[in-house]
Design a binder for this molecule. Sequence first.
Ligand SMILES: O=c1[nH]c(=O)c2[nH]c(=O)[nH]c2[nH]1
Length: 277
Amino acid sequence: MAIVLGENQYGKAEVRVVRVDRDDAAHRITDLNVSVALSGDMADTHLTGANDKVLATDTQKNTVFAFARDGIGDIETYGLRLARHFVESQPSIHRARISVEQYPWNRQGHHSFARSGEGTRTATITFDGEQATVDGGLTDLTVLNSTGSEFWGFPRDRYTTLEETTDRILATAVSATWRFSRAEGVDWEKAYHTARASLLDAFADTHSLSLQQTLYAMGSRVLENVPDITEVRLSLPNKHHFLADLAPFGLDNPGEVFHAADRPYGLIEGTVRRDGA
Ligand SMILES: O=c1[nH]c(=O)c2[nH]c(=O)[nH]c2[nH]1
């Protein structure tokens, strides 16, 4: 039986780069975690150890910092620059994938910032020498509705103990990834902020009969508001809040005291796309 090398990729993961823009008295901070994954003509290094086609991951890390010297701008543009550079400068590299996480900081003063808990912006850019693909997104955007959520009408079998409810807390930490229809001519900044606001608005104003229904509403809202986005993938952990039983202490609990359970949690995932995308 012959043994062959299968799919492979390599790169520097989680390069933490922080840029300070000092053009004005009010500085700006760009705080990123950048991962590079390259693939191409890498058989030799795996089969014989010849490294003449291997752009060192250390060089990749240096490139991430060097490209930040000219300014970073939005992470989609920065990722596109890096992806194109690796493929176009190294004949042995046929495909690059750049994944970027951006941590938000809120301004406290001209040169003082507080790390914000309002989610992490993400972008993944791939370039194969001809075609570039851009996925935007966000993670860790934690949201909660203290009413306006029901869950009932589900099947009951011998193992079902969950009570039906017409008023519960609905909470989740949103992870979303959206696919852009093109890699040029998009206002990435505007698209990100519109998509993010769409997710938040749809979460807040959907009277929820299930987290699945809320997921669909959130994805639809993004597609309605951002024409350049063709598909939204959502991963929504159901952060359960169980009404605490205070009866043993002789106390009632009219929906005021909850146990915020950590695990297990329901995990609701789905894709909402334009028909034909
Ligand atoms: O919104 C929900 N969807 C479910 O599929 C589910 N399952 C469950 O136990 N609680 C919930 N809530």
